[in-house]
Design a binder for this molecule. Structure first.
Ligand SMILES: NC(=O)c1ccc[n+]([C@@H]2O[C@H](COP(=O)([O-])OP(=O)(O)OC[C@H]3O[C@@H](n4cnc5c(N)ncnc54)[C@H](O)[C@@H]3O)[C@@H](O)[C@H]2O)c1
Length: 342
């Protein structure tokens, strides 16, 4: 990429530091910092030595500064309003996950972007993890055959405070979209239906839904299970979960960090009950532009604007990950399996 873009950064809370760091590295100029609380905007300006003007509302920023891009790092409930304003004012929009609070809102944003010929994408950073990219390479080599099953375990007893502890369906609504999206990336398909149970375990410091178990039926009959909790003290898993991917000829396990192990059936030669298996050779290192979380999403978003190469996390695709979250919540509420469609 060669062009320089100017961006209005909206929402200067906890996550915005990662955005500004990535923007600086890529060469995006921050032309305004916007937050309802100007102190947050001021703090980011000073931390990153930005000379951009500060605003406590987006309308004034749009009226005042020159920009091609809007970065939305506000709280989830504000995404629809902030993104709509950006798209209606001719700005390409990159927003934090989740894309929206409902499929109706998501479609409104997708339609607005399409009508105005603008790129609209979502920060779904965890699919851009070196481990995920390596596993995808191994899967593409076909050593484990066709995927039949994906199991995901997420047990992270985080004590955030703030808006999260007061949200309903907190685990599914705030966190589960990451592993759901990663599962879609690895499988190369979407969810068709889900059965989910969600509860708030004894001792929970969350208002609602800190634990959930979900079983998805994915494209091609693949089953994807998610077992997760925000309130399980001790022996926590990494943020990227612990994974087992089973195929027709073998299995890949990932500890969510550096360790990926794989075994596949070598020859159709039995030793007692079991066929002989062989370990995988380590996967090659993936493209460094694809393994850096927020940086990688931002890179693809800007490349999409400049070169028309669709970003993986365009809202037209990301709506499928949102649908998994909303489907799981719906199933948990109804106590029955529900169909997933966008
Ligand atoms: N991708 C990830 O790994 C990841 C991790 C954490 C959070 N997030 C997402 O990032 C977003 C922000 O989370 P956070 O932890 O930074 O929250 P935060 O509460 O620390 O910051 C959000 C900021 O947005 C501001 N804001 C809210 N509505 C606004 C509006 N209409 N106009 C301008 N400013 C507004 C708030 O004043 C606040 O300063 C959320 O959507 C969250 O889900 C993503």
């Amino acid at each position: 990429m060669t062009s320089k873009f100017a961006a209005i950064m909206v929402g200067c809370g906890a996550m915005s530091a990662e955005w500004i760091r990535s923007a600086k590295e890529i060469g995006v100029q921050i032309s305004a910092l916007v937050d309802l609380n100007l102190e947050f905007a001021r703090a980011r300006a000073s931390e990153f030595q930005l000379e951009a003007p500060l605003f406590d509302n987006l309308d004034d920023a749009i009226r005042t500064v020159q920009a091609e891009v809007l970065f939305d790092c506000t709280v989830p409930a504000a995404h629809i309003e902030v993104d709509s304003k950006g798209l209606m004012n001719g700005l390409h929009v990159l927003e934090e996950k989740p894309l929206a609070m409902s499929l109706t809102e998501a479609h409104r944003l997708i339609d607005l972007a399409e009508r105005n010929k603008l790129v609209h994408a979502v920060i779904q950073n965890r699919r851009f993890h070196p481990g995920v990219r390596k596993i995808r390479r191994l899967l593409d080599q076909g050593l484990i055959g066709e995927i039949t099953t994906v199991n995901i375990d997420f047990f992270v007893p985080a004590h955030f405070g703030g808006f999260r502890e007061k949200m309903d369906h907190i685990l599914l609504a705030d966190m589960a979209i990451h592993p759901f999206d990663t599962a879609r990336y690895l499988i190369g398909g979407n969810a068709e239906s889900v059965y989910c149970e969600e509860w708030n375990p004894k001792g929970s410091w969350w208002q609602h839904g800190a634990s959930a178990h979900a079983i998805f039926r994915m494209t091609g009959g693949i089953r994807c299970t998610f077992r997760g909790s925000w309130c399980s003290e001790g022996l926590r898993t990494p943020w990227d979960s612990v994974w087992r991917i089973v195929g027709t000829k073998g299995t890949i396990c990932w500890d969510g960090l550096e360790n990926i192990r794989g075994e596949y059936v070598k020859k159709e030669k039995k030793d007692g009950l079991f066929y002989d298996t062989q370990d995988f050779a380590p996967a090659e290192d993936p493209d460094p532009n694809e393994t850096r979380g927020h940086f990688s999403v931002m890179y693809q978003f800007l490349r999409d604007i400049e070169e028309g190469i669709p970003a993986e996390t365009r809202s037209t695709d990301n709506i499928q990950s949102l649908a998994m979250v909303l489907g799981a919540i719906e199933s948990a509420k109804l106590g029955q399996r529900v169909q997933i469609s966008v």
